[in-house]
Write a protein of this length. Structure first.
Lengths: 122, 330
């Protein structure tokens, strides 16, 4: 009876799951590291407040790539679940940061972060 | 690959990014682009050289990665904010392509929908709302001149050197084929079948489809799935099977691979079964962000801090156009 069932349901097809290759994961991790570094440099060099927050989104993006890559390496979906939480935080951050930027723009009609350097202590 | 090669490439990349930062000098920008792209390509070639000769070359990952990094570099250096936001779309689409290559289809499409569709539109909207009146041809002065470029590059590329060192060199780099680094495929498959075990309706539909395919000439009989210790699916390392009881006759039914849960189902299962508290916290974060946005949006109607100080008889903190408001109240 068992043999009949096996033949009828084409159980002979093999699973298509393959482990990730070393070259793939190293390239992807390198890309994520470079993107994170560029995002950090951008956050420090840009003086436009909106673009500073856009650079933080770039850093989120880079860490999301690394998490997906490690999740793929361990063949479990938890890396992707982490990326969902990253998307949540990014969306919340975009809403709040842009609200704050618009408030600041109402006070001084410029997006220059240097215009608010009086908030520094020294 | 030795550490000195990696660090030299990081320095060359930093110099390249520094040269791209000067927006109105075409020649230095070209030199900087060549230097940065050359350093990146050199490291990628070094990675691929270190592999086995018969290992497949991840050509699509390389293409998407180069596109993402080019978009990122242009985004942080472009003098026009709207163009920078558009270049971020390039980054998002390229990384969505990388997600697809890494079997994360659900996240790839939600990335495009959420980032390129929702967040980017919000950014573009605010950028256009807050255009600088003093700018010429859409380029404000503060967008043309970078702030502390040398210090920022040193910080960023020291971080890059450490990260890439950890990914590529320490203990031979990240190696999925090393012993104990990744689980065996059989255990991964067992985990996935156990997810299907937790979805009783889908399991029942799958079994019904299998029985229908067997008995095309006759309607499939009523069946019940037998569970042993609460588990319906048995996995022997190669095939998963369920015990089905049809008219008091018990039989073993092997599930085809196509019945395995899809990527989106696995993510959803992991979200609700493994991280339920995090899911709740994410909901609270979104709720709080919504409250915060509403509070911030209402602030423009309320009195600001200076107006409150003036109303209390104190001098305002900011000496700009609000000072004539102070004169009117005194």
């Amino acid at each position: 009876m068992n043999d009949v069932a096996v033949s009828l349901t084409q159980a002979g097809e093999a699973s298509t799951m393959v482990p990730i290759t070393t070259g793939t994961i190293q390239i992807v991790l390198l890309v994520s590291a470079v993107m994170f570094a560029i995002g950090m440099v951008g956050f420090l060099i840009r003086r436009n407040m909106i673009l500073m927050f856009l650079c933080t989104e770039l850093m989120f993006q880079a860490s999301a790539i690394a998490m997906i890559a490690f999740g793929r390496m361990h063949l479990n979906p938890e890396g992707q679940v982490f990326v969902i939480f990253i998307l949540t935080v990014a969306a919340a951050e975009a809403a709040l940061a842009l609200g704050l930027v618009v408030l600041l723009y109402r006070r001084k009609p410029t997006l220059d972060a240097e215009a608010w350097s009086e908030l520094k202590e020294c | 690959m030795t550490p000195s090669i990696l660090y030299t490439a990081c320095v060359v990349g930093a110099i390249g990014l520094y040269l791209i930062m000067r927006p109105h000098r075409q020649a230095t920008r070209i030199v900087g682009t060549i230097a940065g792209a050359g350093a990146l390509a050199f490291i990628m070639v070094k990675i691929l050289e270190g592999l086995d000769a018969d290992a497949p070359v991840p050509i699509l990952e390389v293409i998407f990665g180069l596109a993402a990094i080019a978009g990122a570099a242009r985004m942080v250096t472009h003098p026009r904010p709207v163009f920078a936001a558009i270049y971020f779309v390039v980054v998002v689409v390229s990384s969505a392509g990388m997600f697809l290559l890494m079997d994360a289809e659900f996240m790839a499409f939600s990335l495009i929908i959420v980032y390129a569709g929702a967040i980017l539109i919000t950014y573009l909207f605010v950028l256009m709302l807050a255009q600088d009146a003093t700018s010429t041809a859409g380029e404000a002065l503060y967008d043309r001149i970078p702030r502390e470029p040398i210090a920022a590059l040193v910080v960023g590329f020291v971080l890059l050197a450490i990260l890439s060192d950890a990914f590529l060199l320490v203990d031979g780099g990240v190696r999925p084929d090393a012993r104990g680094m990744t689980p065996t495929l059989a255990s991964v498959e067992e985990d996935r079948w156990m997810v299907l075990d937790g979805l009783p309706i889908q399991l029942k539909e799958t079994v019904a489809e299998l029985l229908d395919a067997e008995a095309t000439h006759a309607p499939a009989a009523e069946f019940t799935i037998e569970r042993v210790d609460g588990r319906a699916i048995r996995f022997d390392g190669t095939y998963a099977s369920v015990d089905v009881k049809i008219a008091d006759e018990s039989r073993n039914l092997v599930l085809p691979v196509s019945a395995m849960p899809t990527n989106a189902q696995l993510v959803g299962w992991s979200l609700v079964a493994t991280f339920p508290v995090s899911l709740e916290v994410a909901g609270v974060i979104l709720l709080m962000a919504m409250f915060g946005a509403v509070v911030l949006a209402r602030r423009q109607i309320d009195l600001g801090e200076d107006e409150l100080r003036v109303a209390a008889g104190m001098t305002p903190l900011l000496e700009d156009e609000e000072s004539d408001f102070a004169g009117g109240s005194s």
